[in-house]
Unconditional design. Sequence first.
Length: 584
Amino acid sequence: MSGTAEEQQIPPSQPDYSTWTSSSLIARITELERQLHTRTAEYAAPPAAKQPEAASQETAKSTKTPNETGSSSPTDKKKQVRPPKPPKQRKEIDPSRYHTRFIALKFAYLGQRYNGLEHANGNATPLPTIEEEVYKALRKTRLIFPTDTSDDEFVESLAPRETKPYWINWDGCDYSKAGRTDRGVSAFGQVIGIRVRSTRPKRMEAVQAGENVDTAMQGTEDAQALAEDGWDDVEDELPYVSILNKVLPEDIRVLAWCPRPPKDFDARFSCGERHYKYFFTQPAFSPTPGPSGLKSRDGKGTTPKYREGWLDIDAMREAAKYFEGTHDFRNFCKLDVTKQIESFHRDIFRADIEVLDAKTRPLGYVTRPGFRAVEDSAVEQSAESSEAPLPTASQVYVFNLEGSAFLWHQVRHIVSVLFLVGQGLEPPSIVADLLDVSKNPRKPTYEMASDAPLVLWDCVYPTKGSSSRADTLEWIYAGDVRQIKHQLGKGGGKFGLGGIVEDLWSVWRQRKMDEILAGALPIWERKNRGQKIFLGANHSKTGGDYIPVMHKRKTELVEVQNARWLASKQRKTEAGSKPTKMEM
């Protein structure tokens, strides 16, 4: 093609063709004809004739977002909404391909965020129950195989919990629990029995037959079978503690598991002893400074031994000793007429109060003048004498109660009476009076203590028929060397990231910071407006003159309450069985 380089250069868009030379016009026409021919051939070809690579490139171009093609604005980018991801399908496993085994689990929980341990299907509770959370964890980890899971739709749900009835099903899991704790009550040694999935290899003939063989780990035949399989029931087993703690809430922690519970083990009926602890502070509530904190509490003008807010620990210990032994505790419980209980005798092995380490004093202001347990002059005289000085700083005490079994709200009723004794409102002998059901068969309507400081500390399983109270279950705790090989982190599930100690430290530190900050709040004195009563909660109750327990309104006899409930139930049954007018 002739012409200079300047003449052959293609002009920009919308050119003035009148100024073009002949050679430039010819070159432009030739280029346009070539493009037209290419486009015509491209559109005339059938879709199957397209090359795969070209088709994929074309598809990629057509699916580009406006931002990728360079033609979108920031406003267009904001309007782009990604389609929602489809719900993740739960991967079920075939139970027939696995052995199961019966074990016991020991776990701890802080009860303030839960509606108690026991879950009742059909009840809509504002807070989840402990059983609900444990069930979800066992199902999520595929450790249990309930016979019916059609209603437990919340197993994989990550959405906020709704206030509606939730259903769980323990059928086929051999489930049992040691003790029922109420809403707000914690436990550091709760125990359940449960049948779970095992890693023990299942022989091919059993798999083909669809058998779900139980690995009970009991008897000679099982021992021989384990020896033949070359499988150790602890070292080669699933690390149940770590598996469950990865999916449980941070305030519910599995502590240990027992690989070989006794034959016919039931977490409730095999439990020989339960140990409760109730924590409280000294002073019980913020002391009232000045003379108003030492006013008479008995209505006789007698100056109390301690300032209002301080507890008489010695008097409480004296009262606690009355509980030891076998007694009828109908005046120290809440009656459940639906169970028609006739015997209220329970065995108490130990009831005492001990002081905890009080080296740290978050409530340091109670050492100031005017807040001390007694008048400042009495403190000075006591310090000069040979007697031990009276307490002047905050301390933490714990009431220990150990017994074979307990009635509904029994511990909280016991603690409530002890606090009344500690405040000088009742004498220690009030316990003996309430235990004497021949003289006092009707329970006075006094308030029970707060739930928050109460802890089910431990559940003990001694040898059946033995006089010993020692626990005989073999517990495999987090960090046990026999299960180290199953752990990914350091410490075998005990220390390091994801370890149980790290988890507990995180929970403790969060609440410790709350304690430190609350203890540093400035305090202002104010005039006391009425009688303060301590019942274990964070705040004392203020009211008028105190009414002694024996002068309070009394409930009806247990026999009367039980008979009334039975009569009501019978009337409802008869009303439901009577034929209607339409039927007649």
